[in-house]
Design a binder for this molecule. Structure first.
Ligand code: ADE
Length: 437
């Protein structure tokens, strides 16, 4: 490990070469308390931890993860570790790491390379996890998978068993790679599990995005024109919650069916060209670049607030905002004020990065419980297939719906909720093609 460049020499870090590099290891106690909180609210994942820390199915396997370093992610990391894996980790967004959680993980022996605001060293951190020669990769946004595919082809083809991807944007990037014939190992699309996209994307993004906007501004949502760009699962969650807080919600879309669903949910549908003139708060959730750009900034009202909750910071064209602004100042953490030539002010939150993780704490533990149970099981499937000796097809793999049933049933049971069972007669009726009027 002596060839690893030292960060401690370049700035203000806590570092043990080949072991970890975090902002401040003395934050470990603070981080441990946050992780305790998450553990108390993630019963499905904790159940998996209890079960598999006895059998240790990941013994002998190294996992590199690239996913937001939050208290919830810490519960996933510790579960993988207790199930036998050697785990290395980096954050998947420059602004989403909790330094306290990173410190707690480092102090607990996890090889972690992550700190808040690591834009310049983002790929440096990822590469330190690849130094550990992972058998498995676990991504949120595909930056680890992409780095392995572009710079470590031999590792990808000779050593890596498989991987998983957490998020909508990452899965679409992954499918593009598969379509181009450029995918080098099998990857589970965790986002495609119903107990992920139908809960995390909707209720998680809905709540944490509103949380981030409020923490960055303290703005009152009631009575405001709240524009959500994109009415997919994430955008629909944000619009639903903004409406619940009393905003007049406006949807912009490029997909007719999604726009229609938004309309029937009670939102007004407009083009961004029209919405730009009336919106008070704008939030992008599209996975597409340049959704809000120069011509939109030029007609926005004085005081408009603009933010993004999609994975990448490309949805708001910030270079164009900088180009037309005459000055800029920081109002508070995650809130920059841009003044236009005509005196109007536009407020950009969290540098256009995902507001829910940059300004708040991401989705609540209760919903990440299900997403991360799916992550754990994706990796369990990969090692089970690998141990069986049968080749695993190199493709993007959709999780088995039986896994969703397990996650949902366990979640309900942990909350002491019971549901009905079909009677034998009902099952016969359901399967009878002749049972008409
Ligand atoms: N993505 C959204 N919320 C998250 C959280 N709390 N932890 C990890 N990844 C997330």
């Amino acid at each position: 490990m002596s060839n690893i460049p030292s960060k401690a020499a370049t700035g203000n870090f806590s570092e043990v070469l080949g072991q970890y590099c975090v902002r401040n290891i003395e934050l470990a106690d603070e981080g441990r308390k946050l992780i305790d909180w998450a553990e108390a609210n993630m019963p499905v994942l904790m159940g998996l931890r209890k079960k598999y820390s006895e059998t240790k199915p990941f013994a002998g396997y190294t996992i590199a993860g690239c996913l937001h370093v939050t208290k919830e992610t810490a519960v996933l990391i510790k579960t993988l570790r207790d199930a036998g894996a050697d785990v290395l980790w980096s954050g998947c967004n420059p602004l989403s790491t909790s330094d306290a959680v990173a410190a707690a993980l480092a102090a607990d022996g996890i090889k972690i390379y992550a700190w808040y605001n690591n834009k310049e060293d983002f790929y440096w951190c990822i590469e330190r996890t690849i130094d550990g020669k992972p058998h498995l990769t676990l991504d949120d946004g595909c930056d680890l998978i992409d780095t392995v595919h572009e710079k470590y082809k031999e590792l990808a083809t000779q050593h890596i068993v498989g991987g998983s991807e957490e998020t909508t944007t990452g899965v679409s990037r992954l499918r593009a790679r598969e379509l181009a014939g450029q995918l080098l190992y099998p990857v589970f699309a965790v986002n495609d599990a119903e107990t992920k996209w139908d809960f995390d994307n909707v209720y998680g993004t809905g709540q944490s995005t509103i949380d981030g906007i409020i923490r960055a501004t303290s703005v009152m949502l009631a009575g405001k024109n709240f524009v959500v760009a994109g009415h997919g699962h994430c955008g629909s969650g944000v619009a639903k919650r903004a409406k619940g807080m009393g905003s007049n919600t406006i949807i912009t879309e490029v997909k007719a069916t999604a726009a229609l669903k938004g309309y029937l949910e009670g939102h007004t549908v407009m083009t961004m060209e029209d919405a730009a003139k009336v919106g008070d708060i704008f939030c992008t959730a599209t996975g597409v670049k340049d959704v809000i750009r120069k011509e939109h900034f030029e007609v926005m009202k004085d005081g408009a607030i603009v933010c993004n909750t999609g994975h990448y910071d490309a949805e708001i064209n910030i270079p164009e905002l900088e180009e037309i602004a005459v000055s800029k100042r920081t109002i508070r953490a995650n809130c920059e004020e841009y003044t236009m030539k005509d005196g109007r002010k536009i407020y950009l939150l969290a540098q256009g990065r995902l507001i829910n993780l940059a300004a708040a704490e991401g989705h609540p533990s209760e919903v990440m419980d299900m997403s991360f149970a799916n992550q754990f099981m994706a990796h369990l499937n990969l090692v089970t297939m690998h141990k069986s000796g049968d080749p695993i097809p190199v493709k993007v793999i959709t999780p088995d719906p039986a896994q969703d049933e397990y996650v949902a049933e366990t979640k309900l049971a942990m909350m002491n909720m019971k549901i009905d069972k079909l009677t034998p007669e009902q099952i016969i009726y359901m399967n009878d093609y002749n049972a008409g009027t």
